[in-house]
Unconditional design. Structure first.
Length: 74
């Protein structure tokens, strides 16, 4: 499953530039990605989960955006 999501990462950038994909979804992806890379971590006090939650959230964001944007751009 993770490899399927990782395979979608190269499609993320062309979809971000596609005019058929709604602007609000692009902004939402950017805001959520900024949350993932920000120094403020929701589960940083829990060992191991502090790293896993960021990676999982990032993969989830990519998966949802690419699936949604590809349907909109088709």
């Amino acid at each position: 499953m993770i490899s399927a999501v990782v395979a979608k990462i190269p499609r993320l950038f062309p979809l971000m530039r596609d005019a058929r994909v709604p602007l609000w979804s692009k902004i939402l992806v950017c805001v959520l990605a900024a949350l993932v890379v920000s120094p403020f971590d929701l589960l940083s006090d829990v060992p191991v989960l502090g790293v896993i939650d960021d990676a999982t959230l990032l993969l989830f964001i990519v998966n949802v955006f690419v699936n949604y944007a590809e349907r909109r751009a088709a």
